[in-house]
Design a protein around this ligand. Structure first.
Ligand SMILES: Nc1nc2c(c(=O)[nH]1)N[C@H]1C(S)=C(S)[C@@H](COP(=O)(O)O)O[C@H]1N2
Ligand SMILES: [Mo]
Length: 322
């Protein structure tokens, strides 16, 4: 059973990237006058909207994990989560991922865990997830580009997932790697980044209770454009650290090379802690636009999670180590 302790930094349910932005797939694709909202489930977002079909037709539940949807049963996602994405493997524009992810196959899926650990392994996703309890976590996500969203995720604690591989004392960093499949991910045929996309955390950051591996959002499995079938969520860091579609996790002694830091080191630091006092070289990071809101809002230190994570960076120069 999950016991929730309310903290000042917790997000209120009303802050979740809102139902008003829920679009249905057919309306987005065809922009046609859609018919009646037949088959709308109680509890799905956007009461006035017609739901779209989920392929391959699964949902994620906190207790039962993946569960096949009944015939005709459908779910909805906010537009800004479903069709406004950064996922360079599918192209540079915000709507590229939803449009170019058609061929992407999130199953079957294998995850390799290797490097400095006593029990490395290659596991099928279900075997990787199985010993861990699914949890619901609602987190803010802040992109370096100054937009933000609030997402109800479903997934497992990163620390719990990692501990079973028994990292060695010499493991100081954890490196993550996205799948490399140019035939399914057209962006990987371009030189936008050095593929595969990689990211990394210091070991204490990876073991922090807020660090999370998501397999679902809004009560359903991750869609390809959001990082299916499993992605990292590090809510106190800029969005590019939250690497999608992970196939490999490695424990390392030396700070690993990471994609965006390698591409443009002046703009994307390794640490990437959300910090309104350190501007991006080309724009201010002092405020942000929450998708679905009109007014900009101030950006918070560590994206509002300073109380939980601040201690990890005590004594560190956060301007130099941006
Ligand atoms: N593999 C991979 N992971 C990635 C990215 C990417 O291009 N490739 N983009 C990152 C960036 S910049 C952001 S802001 C978030 C966006 O997540 P979302 O599209 O689910 O909102 O994913 C991050 N994870
Ligand atoms: Mo981002």
């Amino acid at each position: 059973m999950l016991i929730r302790i309310k903290k000042a930094s917790d997000v209120a349910a009303r802050e979740i990237t809102p139902e008003a932005l829920v679009l249905n797939r057919r309306r987005f694709m065809a922009a046609a006058g859609a018919g009646a909202a037949a088959g709308l489930l109680p509890g799905t977002a956007g009461a006035a909207e017609e739901p779209f079909d989920v392929t391959p037709g699964f949902r994620v539940t906190p207790t039962r994990g993946y569960e096949k949807l009944a015939d005709g049963e459908a779910v909805t996602l906010p537009f800004s989560v479903w069709a406004y994405n950064n996922f360079a493997e599918f192209g540079p524009e915000k709507t590229d991922p939803v449009q170019n992810a058609e061929r992407f196959k999130p199953r079957p899926w294998t995850i390799a865990v290797d490097g400095l650990c006593a029990k490395p392994g290659m596991l099928d996703l279900d075997a990787f997830l199985k010993p861990n309890a699914f949890e619901h976590r609602t987190y803010r996500l802040r992109c370096t580009e100054t937009w933000s969203i609030v997402v109800p995720w479903i997934g497992i604690s990163l620390a719990a997932a990692l501990k079973r591989f028994e990292p060695l004392g010499s493991a100081k960093f954890v490196r993550f790697e996205t799948v490399l499949r140019p035939e399914e991910m057209p962006g990987q045929k371009t030189s936008a980044l050095v593929w595969p996309y990689t990211e990394a955390l210091r070991i204490d950051e990876a073991m922090h209770p807020l660090a999370f591996l998501a397999v679902g959002m809004y009560g359903q499995p991750l869609f390809p454009q959001n990082g299916a079938p499993i992605r990292l969520v590090v809510p106190w860091k800029y969005g590019f650290k939250s690497i999608k579609s992970i196939v490999r996790i490695s424990f390392a002694e030396v700070q690993p090379t990471t994609s965006w830091n390698q591409r443009i080191p002046k703009e994307y630091g390794f640490w990437a802690n959300v910090n309104p006092a350190v501007d991006h070289p080309r724009w201010s990071q002092k405020n942000e636009r929450r998708l679905g809101e009109f007014m900009r809002r101030p950006t918070l230190m560590f994206n509002g999670y300073a109380e939980e994570v601040g201690q990890m960076y005590a004594g560190m120069d956060l301007v130099k180590n941006f």
